[in-house]
Design a binder for this molecule. Structure first.
Ligand SMILES: *Cc1c(COP(=O)(O)O)cnc(C)c1O
Length: 412
């Protein structure tokens, strides 16, 4: 029978503690969400600024839907490109300090578009090993020589750049903030290597845009890099901006090339105009409400201080080095990560257990994400719950260990 391996494959995944299940939310996204029969403090969304259910975004979307309807009706090149789309692109170009910006329906498609359009046979694409799956997929599908360098290791990148010096074009690609680790790419060093080896640097700033930098411009603003140093900047609306969709910002030539040639731009329906309107409203809040970024940074500091204190007396998990809203606790084993996540949920805290293949084997983790919508009390509450579940796990293991000793004692 065709495809009768599916059931077997699924069973295997269950046994490896890698089975994934969706939770059904019964409320809007926010610091507290409602699950089936439970209200939980939410520490696993990417709604870093607390904008996903903001009344101003909702209002903008409702107004635009009243005027423009729901569907955009066509792709951008046919007749789906509305005044609101265009206005959003102009606002983005200005926010990023770049000549142009181009909207995409999702970040996944934006990454496919850029990499497949910029490189192909005879070129080389060099990617950080921990890049987002969409960047990896795009690199593999591009037809260019695909090289991965050790995470954030500039010597490893340089070796690969050197080896690809005969390629017609070299494109270096990295996440600005790594989505499962929360650490930043060493952009100034990567930009220097790009210049030295005549390569272009592309940054996917899905987790930095809106959060990092004085004005929320993301990691390029944080590091003070310009368009010559990072010619291709990509970011999304689905995370800190609380909306949906993505964009690429760069030179006029880059944007026109994408409009002319990018298949995942050309052959797909434009975002609903009302979604673009909500994104535009979010950009406005980014500018006017700097307190969101500041409060988030404050929560990050508070979380890390308390977590470091907790883990110094209870070194059962490891706090990863991150100064961003993504604060992962390295657990190692997938089953253990899942059990800890479930124990936290029983206490009313929603924290994601991230397991392979999303992260490398043996590095399962609790991915805690903070939001400007959280209060200090909610963060403190999470740490109390974390201390409890880690202690409980510890005493459980000791009990198992004692049982084992007793079995040994009555043994031969
Ligand atoms: C979420 C994410 C994407 C995909 O963006 P979507 O708009 O959700 O498709 C791309 N890159 C990174 C680093 C991401 O975290």
């Amino acid at each position: 029978m065709a495809f009768n391996h599916l059931a077997e494959q699924l069973q295997e995944r269950r046994q490896q503690q890698l089975y994934r299940q969706r939770r059904e939310l019964k409320s809007a996204q926010g610091p507290v969400v409602e699950l089936n029969r439970q209200r939980c403090v939410n520490f696993c969304s990417n709604d870093y600024l607390g904008l996903a259910a903001h009344p101003k975004l909702v209002q903008a979307m409702q107004n635009a839907a009243a005027e423009f309807g729901v569907g955009s009706g066509a792709s951008h090149l046919v007749c789906g490109h509305s005044r609101i789309h265009h206005q959003l692109e102009e606002a983005l170009a200005e926010q990023c300090g770049r000549p142009r910006a181009l909207l995409f329906s999702t970040g996944y498609m934006a990454n496919l578009a850029v990499i497949q359009t910029l490189v192909g046979k005879g070129d080389a694409v060099l990617e950080d090993k921990l890049n987002h799956a969409s960047l990896i997929d795009a690199g593999l599908a591009s037809g260019a020589r695909f090289q991965r360098f050790v995470h954030n290791d500039m010597a490893s990148l340089e070796t690969r750049l050197h080896a690809q010096s005969a390629a017609a074009n070299r494109l270096i690609v990295a996440d600005g903030v790594f989505s499962m680790d929360g650490d930043l790419a060493p952009l100034p060093a990567a930009a220097a290597l790009a210049r030295q080896y005549d390569a272009w640097l592309m940054i996917d700033d899905a987790h930095g845009f809106g959060v990092l930098g004085e004005n929320g411009g993301g990691c390029v603003e944080h590091f003070g890099l310009d368009i010559d140093e990072v010619p291709v900047l990509m970011a999304t609306f689905g995370k800190a901006l609380g909306g949906f969709g993505a964009f690429v910002a760069g030179s006029d030539d880059l944007i026109e090339t994408l409009i002319q040639h990018a298949r995942s731009y050309i052959y797909t329906t434009a975002l609903p105009p009302a979604v673009a309107a909500a994104n535009l409203a979010a950009l406005g809040l980014l500018e006017r409400e700097a307190w969101r970024r500041q409060h988030l940074q404050q929560l990050v500091r508070r979380f890390r201080q308390s977590a470091e204190a907790l883990l110094s007396v209870c070194p059962r998990v490891q706090l990863m080095p991150s100064m961003t809203a993504i604060q992962p606790l390295l657990v190692g084993d997938s089953g253990r990560a899942l059990a800890l996540s479930e124990a936290l949920q029983q206490r009313g805290y929603l924290v994601g257990a991230i397991r392979p293949p999303t992260v490398p084997a043996g590095t399962a983790r609790l991915r805690i994400t903070l939001s400007a919508a959280h209060s200090e009390e909610q963060v403190d509450g999470l740490l109390v719950a974390l201390a409890e579940v880690l202690n409980e796990e510890g005493s459980h293991e000791e009990a198992v260990h004692e049982d084992a000793v007793r079995v040994d004692e009555v043994g031969p």
